[in-house]
Design a protein around this ligand. Structure first.
Ligand code: ZN
Length: 184
């Protein structure tokens, strides 16, 4: 199914001086790096289906905040100021060891809940414990230019598979399937 005419914001979490969570013990996985790789895969797969994609970053950069929370605030302000009204937003993250993996939506938002559930449905085929959760994240709460929004914790940072490009591509495809099924 084509996504022609659909405008989708893809946010790679963290970046620059804010690396997000890091797996020091095992694989040296760094959240900002894997999030960017997966975000770019999501971008290219969406573009191939005809969507117009707006990336918050395509390089290792931060938004200039004085700490990680401030950086997120500058990020959503950037989105609201610079990106046109869009059908959907996905923000790609990895969680800390023991953290929940799944699609998150801002609590109390009907459209975003349905969107997050569609992403969960597509991703749970590849990741048994992929959940769908209400949350209160600034990027979901404050972005006003997207109709449906989900922050996706694609894996825990110490997952041995998530460093593999094949796994990154699989999860990116599943996210795109979830987006497609919702926007059709
Ligand atoms: Zn994160």
């Amino acid at each position: 199914m084509s996504l022609a005419g659909k405008r989708i914001i893809v946010d790679a979490g963290h970046g620059g001086k804010y690396p997000g969570t890091i797996d020091n013990a095992v694989h040296k996985n760094v959240e900002k790096e894997i999030a960017l790789k997966v975000a770019k895969l999501v971008q290219s797969k969406l573009v191939a289906l005809g969507a117009t994609v707006y990336m918050t970053r395509t390089t290792d950069k931060d938004f200039g905040g004085v700490n990680a929370d401030d950086d997120v605030n500058k990020r959503w302000a950037y989105i609201n100021a610079n990106i046109p009204s869009s059908h959907a937003l996905v923000s790609i993250h990895l969680n800390a060891v023991g953290g929940r993996v799944g699609s998150f939506y801002q609590e109390g938002t009907y459209a975003s809940k349905s969107f997050a559930e569609s992403i969960q449905k597509a991703c749970t085929r590849y990741y048994d414990a992929f959940g769908c959760y209400a949350a209160n994240f600034a990027i979901l709460r404050e972005v006003k230019v997207a109709d449906q929004k989900s922050l996706i914790e694609i894996a825990q940072i110490d997952d041995p598979e998530i460093a593999l490009s094949s796994r990154q591509s699989t999860i990116a495809s599943a996210i795109v399937t979830g987006i497609q099924n919702q926007l059709k």
